[in-house]
Design a protein around this ligand. Structure first.
Ligand SMILES: [Zn+2]
Ligand SMILES: [Zn+2]
Length: 644
């Protein structure tokens, strides 16, 4: 028997094709069901169930639905390309987060116009509402079939399936004139999802290997609801406007020079101010939370990295150097450095927990194809910390770290989601330590009244972890903070503390970051705020703009008063029209523009404008300073003048 679960109900059926079972079970909303979930596996209506399986049905509204209909959309796109372009050879066409793509070998390079033509043909295919059929072949039959159709990539893929998985049959999906080698899952026909858009086309090597032929990758997206598609396209538009790689140089925050230091960031004075403000806040909060700050070397001996296990598991991502016949590695992580400090003295249970933090710059090699501005760099600074504690202290320590994360994310207006990853199959350490530590993590999250999702079996082999995903102002999510428990490093480095029983014990190590990487977090902030930073981190907090050359002396006096008051001020005394200077300051997203003319000089005021365009009129200079200082010290996200 097979159990079907739908809408909180359970039905027992004889094993058969899912489509038939749904019909037989008389599931009323059957027409809206497009597949099912067996554990983590997603299957479509063509799936033939096995005795004893429990299948949770998936409808168009289910979170798993996009992975089904976007996959069919990739086939529809390939079918359209096949109809329009002779000699198209198809490679792979998977779904990705928010969309799908297909890698295709074509005799011509596609452009925007081609994408429009393909979209039009896709609409025809959707209108034709072609039923999909699933069938199987032996690998040899499939190879012959694709050879005959001049599809060499498909031939290679089948050969791989035989070589790597020793399969005895492969599945294919056919929709009239288009047939693809495919595992599925798919919709039963091409007419069920209509809301899609092709986004771009770019080059991609076959199998991601630059020695292979460059294919063309067409990206697209699809949603069940038109409103969801519109919202997503709007978000993409916003994201493009906010792209930190564009805003960074425009606001003179940083630059990238791939000829000099690929994947590494040059922080300009403005960007350095933003970064130092984040560091200052971080330092202040960590001191309050009982952390001690350390600084460890950038270059440490290769043998240390052998002992830590990085040599075995991470060598390909590390940079090395050599002097006086000694081999060194540039640190890709801060943990071994902190362990050296821990081991340099003996510890009693009374010293624990020991919370050691460092703004530690690490270097990790990433392929040039994947480096991406501040988001994925080869050198970055982690706001790292390692907590050495007893197993009994885990829960309290987690509560402390989560509180620190919560406070930090609230400061930037980031809502966030929490995910707990538990013991994987290849775990090291006793069942007992996994049991106590995982329940300590759960208990901490429950004590804090946190909603969290459990990712069963997704933890690292050396310990469970908690991830935090922030949601930015345009709805994208970013993984930033993690809290990772580690039973392995204390073993490898033989870390101990003396317990109250006078015996030696193993401490637990907690790795954690809050921003994640300063570089990446700054990239996220640039896009989150579209460059308009809150005043406390803005590189220039106020700009003084004399109306004419006659007002420069007064403007200069104002500028000096501001500087003395600790406000980052800039004097724009160029002989430009005031309108031009205001527009420029607005483009630089400076929070306050202080216009100084004859009238203001006479009344010892400034005419205050916000970057949003709001004109606050004349304000007494003392009053302005008082208010902006209050805004800065409270680290407010909004202008104090706009808060009612
Ligand atoms: Zn497919
Ligand atoms: Zn670590």
């Amino acid at each position: 028997m097979v159990i079907l679960r739908f809408d909180g109900e359970e039905k027992e059926c004889e094993p058969a094709q899912l489509r038939e079972m749904i019909e037989k079970a008389g599931i009323s909303k059957g027409s809206n069901v497009i597949g099912g979930k067996i554990g983590k596996k997603i299957v479509d209506l063509f799936y033939t169930a096995q005795d004893g399986e429990e299948i949770e049905l998936i409808t168009f509204e289910s979170p798993e639905a996009p992975s089904i209909y976007r996959h069919t959309m990739a086939h529809i796109m390939a079918q359209a390309v096949q109809r329009l372009y002779k000699g198209a050879k198809f490679a792979i066409g998977p779904t990705i987060e928010n969309g799908f793509y297909y890698d295709i070998d074509l005799p011509q390079t596609l452009n925007e116009e081609d994408l429009k033509r393909i979209e039009k043909e896709m609409k025809n295919i959707i209108k034709e509402n072609i039923p999909l059929e699933r069938f199987e072949m032996t690998p040899q039959e499939a190879i012959n079939y694709f050879k005959e159709k001049d599809q060499p990539y498909k031939v290679e893929l089948v050969e791989d399936l035989v070589k790597n998985l020793n399969v005895e049959s492969v599945s294919l999906y056919r929709q009239k004139d288009f047939t693809d080698l495919c595992r599925g899952p798919h919709l039963p026909s091409t007419g069920l999802v209509k809301n899609f858009k092709l986004l771009s086309v770019s080059g991609a090597y076959w199998r991601g290997d630059e020695h292979n032929k460059m294919l063309q990758r067409i990206y697209g997206t699809a949603f069940y609801k038109k409103s969801d598609l519109d919202e997503y396209l709007h978000m993409l538009e916003e994201a493009e406007k906010r792209d930190h790689r564009k805003l960074g140089p425009q606001l003179d925050l940083f630059s990238l020079h791939s000829d000099v230091a690929p994947g590494m960031v040059f922080f300009h004075p403005n960007g350095t101010i933003v970064r130092r403000e984040l560091e200052n806040y971080w330092r202040q909060e960590h001191r309050k939370a009982g952390y001690v700050e350390v600084i460890t070397p950038m270059v440490m001996s290769e043998s240390l990295w052998r002992q830590s296990g990085h040599w075995d598991h991470y060598r390909d991502n590390m940079y090395f150097t050599e002097k006086e016949d000694q081999h060194f590695a540039i640190k890709p992580m801060n943990c071994p450095g902190h362990i050296i400090i821990y081991k340099s003295s003996s510890h009693s249970y009374r010293d624990l927990p020991l919370r050691m933090c460092e703004l530690g710059t690490v270097h990790r090699y990433e392929r040039s194809g994947v480096v991406h501005g501040l988001f994925r760099a080869r050198a970055f600074t982690q706001d790292d910390a390692h907590i050495f504690c007893t197993p009994e202290q885990i829960e309290d320590e987690i509560v402390g770290v989560v509180n620190l994360i919560d406070k930090t994310y609230k400061l930037f207006g980031f809502p966030y989601k929490v995910e707990l990853s538990t013991k994987p199959d290849d775990a090291m350490g006793s069942d007992e330590i996994w049991e106590t530590s995982t329940s300590a993590l759960k208990k901490a999250l429950e004590d804090l009244n946190m909603d969290y999702q459990i990712n069963e079996g997704d933890g690292a082999f050396y310990g469970p972890k908690i991830d935090f995903h922030v949601r930015d102002s345009i709805g994208r999510t970013w993984q930033c903070a993690t809290i990772q428990l580690d039973f392995l490093m204390p073993e490898r480095f033989d870390l101990t503390y003396t317990g109250s029983d006078n015996a030696e014990h193993r401490p637990v190590m907690i790795h954690r970051v809050i921003y994640g990487s300063l570089e990446r977090f700054i990239g996220i902030l640039i896009e989150h705020y579209a460059g308009a930073f809150p005043t406390w981190i803005a590189p220039v907090q106020a700009i003084v703009l004399p109306i004419s050359d006659k007002n420069v002396a007064y403007a200069k006096k104002i500028h000096e008063i501001l500087e003395k008051a600790g406000i980052r001020s800039f004097l724009d005394d160029r002989s430009q029209k005031i309108g031009y200077k205001i527009r420029e300051a607005q483009l630089k997203k400076i929070p306050y523009m202080l216009v100084a003319g004859k009238k203001e000089e006479e009344s010892n005021t400034v005419a205050v404008r916000l970057r949003s365009g709001t004109d606050l009129g004349a304000i007494d200079i003392k009053e302005f300073i008082e208010k902006i200082k209050a805004e800065i010290s409270s680290k407010s996200q909004n202008s104090i003048f706009e808060v009612k």
